[in-house]
Design a protein around this ligand. Structure first.
Ligand code: UDP
Ligand code: MG
Length: 198
C-alpha cells in the first residue's frame, strides 16, 4: 500500500508540483488570504447574536397558527435557535409574568396560558427584540395594526395569540427561564452575510 502511495506521489504529485509550482504557491497564499479575510469580516459583523423569546400561546396552538407564525420570522430573516412544545406550569408562568402577578387579570391570564400547550421559540438576529415586538403588534389586538401577528389573528387582549420579549434584558431572563443552555443551538446559517451587511 505504501509502495503504491509513494508511486502515486512520485509519479503524479511531484511532477505536477514542479511543473506548476508558481501557480500552486499562488493558490496556497490566496487561500490563506481568503481565510484571513473571512475571519476578519466575521469579527466585524453587526450584533447578529441578539436573541428573543417568542411563544405561540395556547389559543394560537389550538387554532393551528404555529406554522404561519414561524413562517413570518423565517421570512423576515431571523434564525431559529431553539424550539419546544410544553404545557406551562403555574410556577413557570408566575416567574415569567412576575411583574403582572398583582394585576386583577392575572387569574384569567393564568387560566388562558394553561388552556393547552405553548410552542416556545428562541429567534436570533440583528435587532430581533425590537423588530419582533413590531411584528407581533400591540398587546391589545383591537389596537394592533394589520400585518402584525396580533392584528391579523386576534381581536381581544385576553386571547392575543403570541408572546414576544419586550427588551434585551427581558429576553435574556425569559430565555434562561424557558430553555436550558443545551436546548439552544449555535449555528451559522448560509445566508447570514446576505441578510445582514458585514
Ligand atoms: N393581558 C390581559 N389583560 C390586560 C393586559 C394584559 O389579559 O389588560 C395579558 C395578555 O395576554 C398580555 C399578557 O397579559 O399579552 C402580558 O401583558 P404585557 O403587558 O406584558 O403585554 P405583552 O408584552 O404581551 O404585549
Ligand atoms: Mg410583556
Amino acid at each position: 500500500m505504501s509502495v503504491l502511495r509513494s508511486c502515486v506521489f512520485h509519479g503524479v504529485t511531484r511532477p505536477f508540483y514542479w511543473r506548476h509550482r508558481e501557480t500552486t504557491k499562488e493558490l496556497v497564499s490566496g487561500f490563506a488570504a481568503a481565510l484571513l479575510c473571512g475571519l476578519r469580516s466575521k469579527s466585524s459583523l453587526p450584533d447578529v447574536r441578539e436573541r428573543t423569546l417568542i411563544a405561540v400561546k395556547p389559543d394560537g396552538v389550538h387554532r393551528r397558527l404555529v406554522g404561519q407564525i414561524i413562517q413570518r420570522f423565517e421570512q423576515r430573516g431571523f434564525k431559529l435557535v431553539g424550539l419546544k412544545m410544553l404545557q406551562v406550569s403555574d410556577d413557570l408562568l408566575a416567574q415569567h409574568y412576575c411583574h403582572l402577578r398583582t394585576k386583577p387579570f392575572y387569574p384569567s391570564l393564568q387560566e388562558y396560558m394553561t388552556l393547552g400547550p405553548v410552542v416556545a421559540m428562541v429567534w436570533e438576529g440583528h435587532n430581533v427584540v425590537q423588530t419582533s415586538r413590531t411584528m407581533v403588534g400591540h398587546t391589545n389586538p383591537a389596537e394592533a395594526q394589520s400585518g402584525t401577528v396580533r392584528g391579523d389573528f386576534s381581536i381581544h387582549v385576553s386571547r392575543n395569540v403570541v408572546h414576544a420579549s419586550d427588551s434585551r434584558e427581558g429576553a435574556e431572563r425569559e430565555i434562561q427561564l424557558w430553555f436550558q443552555g443545551k436546548e439552544l443551538l449555535n449555528w451559522d446559517s448560509c445566508d447570514q452575510t446576505i441578510t445582514c451587511e458585514p
